[in-house]
Design a protein around this ligand. Sequence first.
Ligand code: UD1
Length: 343
Amino acid sequence: MSKPSYVLVTGGAGYIGAHTAVELALAGFEPVLIDNLSRSNERLLKGIADVLGRNLIFHRGDCRDEKFLEDVFAKYPIAGVLHFAAFKAVGESVQQPELYYNNNLNSTLTLVRAMARVGVKPFVFSSSCTVYGEPDHIPVDESAPLKRAESPYGATKQMSERILEDEANTGRLRVISLRYFNPIGAHPSAKLGELPIGEPSNLVPYVTQAVAGKRKSLTVFGNDYPTPDGSCIRDFIHVVDLAKAHVVALQLLLSHSVAEAFQAINLGTGQGVSVLELINTFVRVTGVAVPFTIGPRRPGDVVKTYADVKRARERLKWQCEYSLDDALRHAWAWEQQLSHSIP
Ligand code: UD1
C-alpha cells in the first residue's frame, strides 16, 4: 500500500473542519489538524476519534503564528491545505470589525506565506454564499457579481478569495474556493456535530437548543418577506455532503488536472427552503414540537438565496446524498447526545 498523503486542515476542531477531517481519513488521507481552540474545543476532536476509532494528528496553534506553521510544515510532508480556521459570527463582526479582519485575513496571509516557503500549492478555501449578498438571480451561479459585503465577516470572505486568486495567478497556489450555502446537520453517528459557543446565531442549532430546553423559544426573524410563507429562503446542505465535496476538491487539485489557477464552486443542494418550512420539517421528522415566536427581521438578512450547483456537479462530479429530513434528524440526534453527556 502506498503511503498516505498528509493534508493540513486548519480549524480542524471546528464544525465543518472536523466533519471534513473524518471524510479525508476515510478517503485514505492523513489529516494534520491545527486549531487554536478559541472558538472550538477538544470535544469535536474526541468525536472524530470516536467515529474513526483512532486519534488524528492534532497541534494546537494559531494560523497567524508564522513559527507554528513553519514547524508544522517542517514536521509533515504536507501535500495540500484545507483552510477552515476563521471567525464566522456575522453580528460579532459588525461589533468588532478589527477582530475579524485581523483574524480571518492574517491567518490566510500567514498560511499562504508558509505554503510558498515550502512550495505546497493545492489550497481548498472555506468560502460562503455571503460573497453574493442579495443575488439578482436565483439560483445563484458562480459568475454572479460579488456585491458589497453586508458585514465585516462577509468582507473577509470576499477579500480572502481575492488574495487567493491573486496568489494563484502568480503560479504559487492552485485554489478551489468552496462557497457554502447553509451547512446544517451532524454526523449520522451522532458522535460529531455543531458546538456553538454561547447563544447560537444560526437557525438549526437554535432550533435544537430550543427543543432541548436550553433556550426558551426560537424567534423567527420576520414573516413579512416577499416569499410564499413570508419567511426567508435558504439552501440548507448536510454537513457530511459538504465535507465530502472538500475531499473531491482536494483530489482534483492533487491530480493536476485543473486548468484554472483559482476557481470558486458553490456548495448547496440547489433547493430553496423557507425558515418556516424547515421548522415544520423538523417537527415532522423528529415528532417533537419547536417552541417559536415571530419576531422582527434581522438586519442584514438576505431574503432569498439558493445555489446553482451545476459547476459542483460537473467539475467535482459531486452531489448531495442526504436530504433535509436526514440533516434535521441528525442535528436532533446530536443535540440529544450532547444533552445527555454535558451536564
Ligand atoms: C449566516 C450569514 C452567512 C454566514 C453563515 C455562517 C447572514 C446574513 N449570513 O447565514 O454569511 O456564512 O451565517 O454562519 O448573517 N433565523 C431565524 N432565527 C434564528 C436564527 C436564524 O429566524 O434564531 C433565520 C435567519 O433570519 C435566516 C435563516 O434563519 O433567514 C438562516 O439563518 P442563519 O442560520 O443565521 O444563516 P444565514 O443568515 O443564512
